[in-house]
Design a protein around this ligand. Sequence first.
Ligand code: SIN
Ligand code: CO
Length: 384
Amino acid sequence: MDISQPLPLLGGLSPQLFMKRHWQKKPLLIRRAISDFKPLLDRAQLFELAEHQDVQARLVMQQPGQTPGWHLKSGPFARRALPALSRPGWTVLVQGVDLQHDAVHALMNQFRFVPDARLDDLMISYASDGGGVGPHFDSYDVFLLQAQGRRRWRIGRQKDRSLQPDVPLKILAHFEPEEEFVLEPGDMLYLPLWYAHDGVALGECMTYSIGFRSPSRAELARELLQRLADDAEDAVGVAVYRDPRQAAVSEPAEVPAQLLEFARDALQDALKDPAALGRALGEYMTEPKANVWFPAPEPQTHRAGLAPGGPGRKIQLDRRSKMMFDAKHIYINGESFRAGGRDATLMRRLADQRYLTAQDLGRVSPEARCLLQDWQQAGWLHQL
Ligand code: SIN
Ligand code: CO
């Protein structure tokens, strides 16, 4: 993608300018971000997805006059478990539709001017008239693309982030909207994280949310320390605390100073190799979500394979595959590989473009070709 070229998707801003002026800073309303946009899934297809065990879906219903006035249910939902279309004030939200549909994945890829490590998923919501999830804020940056019908958004910077008590959803107690827009199909609204918003369906409506996760320091510290500790144990074996010189104690409740030293050493040891930290981060960022399964390759594809001298065909990453790289490594679906030279260039190209041409494939080393074959076997990539 040429990041200096103005895009209709960004209201005529280039990705460079959008990132400079709006990303994590201020909202942007884009009329006709995608002209003549038609929903990629119809209502019935979305409801079918909400029935799947492996798809995360939520149903939010407003119950006027009742306490609490909001009702939340987690999926999967049989079609008959969803309210009648004629009933106003409900919405069903289906996460990770990009993992289920190539066209939805392709739409999400239009936002790859933001690093993949930040891109989380594309969620689709269907709402009956008046439906929505109430005024709230997210710890996500989000592009809200109106796919079908109309939705009224009210948004505000919101200083007071206190939430309504005793409701099953995060609903702002004192929402202070500053602006209001009605979005038509193809219109899009970008909101930075923590920007308060409330979207209400004006008639039946579908909204696509392209969400960008902001991992917290605590989450990263927890995940990376766990991985680093496991790596250290793999490298040197299990090292247990030993205290042959421990004297008898008259205050048994006191934590031994030597145990604190042992713990400090363990942490320092786990953190001492900067390459290990980078590797743990890359592995974590490409770890597939718990509900992701890769389809086994078809037997015919298996035979065609990526064997040396095999038919020259393009390869493409499966839409579920997460592939990234850093200066020393290639990461794919939670695994890391050291790569250098021409192989590294080609693997990085595969990660960025998500495909390699037959010509590129002709230039990979036999070792890299073997890896690609393994990945094909795992269903992580396909030969076209
Ligand atoms: C929705 O699509 O109804 C909710 C999107 C959001 O407010 O984040
Ligand atoms: Co939101």
